[in-house]
Design a binder for this molecule. Structure first.
Ligand code: UD1
Length: 527
């Protein structure tokens, strides 16, 4: 046992982590596993986070309701009402063509609510193609690379514009995610342009801030939240990698959004044109009680208040005259950061120490055996079955108040936000609602392109390789009609590139294929 390690924990008032070791109850392997885990814990930081977070919670509670401290977000540009959207898109495209933009998927969360025990990006929402969310997001980037390269003066190169992708995993999703992408040959993205990095964990704590042991030889830990991105970007070398590549800004989005406009040139161009250090996309809330955070202002700076922290009366407040919700800027977990902001304001030593605190029932080690207790055993030992500890988490928007100039773009939800959070069959944010949103959006694209009967299909999907946002679907390249008589039992329409069609056994311009057991009308967009 290294003396310095013991001194560090004892000095920090956390010496109890050595209890089972000191009682001689650990095997050599258990002892070395414990020591290895403890070596990786910054115990001073853990204590600081606990102190700052509990102090902030106490002063927040003493200073009255949160609602009274909030003001609605100002400076929100509605992209649908601006005549500059095309200008921003062109600017973003030229940044992408120059290699100044990176995409980043937040994929450290677990699909607990979805009832899926693999990384969420591996989920198939049962679109006609049966592509996983990771594949859809990767292919959208591929298409954008091609569009940006084609639009650039230098012309198109073989692999398109350079657009590196960073994927944040957590210890729970890291190995599976890396293996999945490797198995699928990175969905066609150049392997050297896909950078995985893993967010950190934090020890779970007792109510008074003592590190909890899950077993006599293992500290109970939880992921540090999606705000762990900043520390992890630094520690993994991702920020340095961005610098080396000449990336200027990073477009960050949640893995669970099936229609996300990955690396959206309009948003990136908008943010860069504002000269901001970071930006955020919002959608008008679907209703006062939609389960999204709200972007608002507090003490003059932007902040996000989660729906669970906003009381009903505040959530329901409406503006006289317009009838719009006062707190209407729904956070859709799509953000933009300049690499300068990540490198300086978000350097590990500069990050906020006030985290979010969740009280939980955390299973811990039996005081005699060191084995993890069952819920019933723990209740007997503690004398209650309630919460015995806390998990500290940081959120990606905790740095918003540090922004000197934040750009906010309001976008139409039907074109940009279709989260998959809840299990199939749920009324909101489920694979079913996401599938319906994709179908409605892509149906609209096809209708604008002149496919008159797209609406007669139960489900419509346009491959991201064929179109990023509705472009590239000229009427002439699609059969104008799909007479019902010729469809047989095919109720779905899938629009693909010639390469994808060939894999489905369809030669241009149209055909019927069986995909995942479903009979699908396949339309091919000319290359
Ligand atoms: C998040 C937002 C919420 C917003 C909603 C929109 C945060 C903290 N909250 O809430 O304001 O209205 O999305 O859908 O951003 N993740 C990690 N590591 C973690 C936890 C999460 O990478 O430790 C990732 C998830 O994989 C996901 C994203 O962060 O891609 C959002 O996390 P999730 O838990 O789905 O957040 P929500 O509670 O839905």
């Amino acid at each position: 046992m290294p003396d310095a390690l013991r001194a560090r924990f004892v000095g920090a008032g956390q010496g109890h982590v050595f209890k089972f070791l000191d009682e001689g109850k650990l095997t050599a392997e258990q002892a070395s596993a414990l020591i290895k885990q403890l070596e990786a814990i910054d115990v001073t930081l853990v204590n600081e986070l606990f102190a700052a977070t509990t102090a902030a919670a106490a002063s927040e509670a003493a200073s009255g309701p949160v609602a009274a401290k909030l003001e609605p977000a100002t400076g929100v540009t509605d992209v649908t009402k601006s005549d500059r959207a095309e200008e921003w898109r062109a600017h973003g495209m030229s940044m992408i063509a120059r290699g100044e933009v990176a995409a980043l998927i937040l994929a450290g969360g677990q699909g607990t609510r979805l009832g899926f025990d693999r990384p969420k990006g591996e989920y198939d929402v049962s679109l006609p193609s049966h592509k996983t969310i990771f594949q859809i997001q990767a292919e959208r980037i591929l298409r954008l690379k091609a569009l940006a390269a084609a639009g650039a003066a230098a012309g198109s190169s073989g692999t398109g514009a350079p657009l590196p992708l960073y994927v944040m995993t957590s210890p729970m999703t890291d190995a599976d995610t890396r293996a999945f992408w490797a198995e699928h040959a990175y969905f066609g993205l150049p392997v050297e342009d896909v950078f995985f990095f893993c967010q950190g964990t934090l020890p779970s704590l007792s109510m008074d801030g003592k590190i909890l042991l899950e077993t006599g030889w293992k500290v109970a830990e939880n992921p540090d939240g999606n705000g762990g991105i900043y520390r992890a970007l630094h520690l993994s070398g991702a920020v340095a990698d961005m610098r080396k590549r000449g990336v200027k800004g990073v477009h960050v989005f949640a893995v669970d959004n099936v229609i996300v406009r990955a690396a959206d040139p309009t948003f990136v161009g908008y943010c860069d044109a504002q000269g901001c250090d970071m930006g955020s996309k919002v959608c008008a809330k679907a209703g006062p009680h939609e389960k999204v955070g709200v972007l608002c202002k507090r003490d003059g700076t932007y902040t996000v208040v989660e729906y669970s922290e906003m009381d009903a009366a505040t959530a329901e407040m409406t503006n006289t005259g317009t009838g719009e919700l006062t707190f209407n800027a729904g956070n859709i977990c799509i953000h933009y950061f300049t690499v300068d902001f990540l490198a300086t304001t978000c350097a590990p030593e500069a990050l906020p120490k006030v985290y979010h605190l969740a009280k939980k029932n955390i299973l811990t080690a039996h005081p005699d055996t060191g084995k993890t207790m069952s819920k019933a055993e723990q209740a007997a030992v503690l004398g209650h079955a309630g919460n015995n500890g806390i998990k500290l988490e940081s959120f990606i928007f905790d740095v918003f108040p540090r922004s000197k100039h934040m750009a906010v773009l309001q976008v139409p939800r039907e074109a940009e936000f279709s989260p998959v959070k809840n299990a199939p069959g749920s009324a909101d944010d489920s694979p079913d609602t996401a599938r319906a949103l994709v179908s409605a959006l892509h149906g609209k694209w096809l209708a604008s392109a002149g496919v008159s009967d797209a609406a007669s299909f139960a489900l419509v999907e346009v491959s991201p390789l064929a179109s990023y946002g509705g472009e590239g679907l000229p009427a002439g390249s699609l059969p104008a009609e799909h007479p019902a008589a010729a469809r047989g039992d095919a109720t779905c329409l899938l629009v693909v590139t010639p390469g994808e069609a060939a894999k489905l056994g369809v030669t241009a311009p149209t055909g019927i294929a069986s995909v995942g057991g479903r009979s699908v009308v396949v339309d091919v967009v000319s290359a």
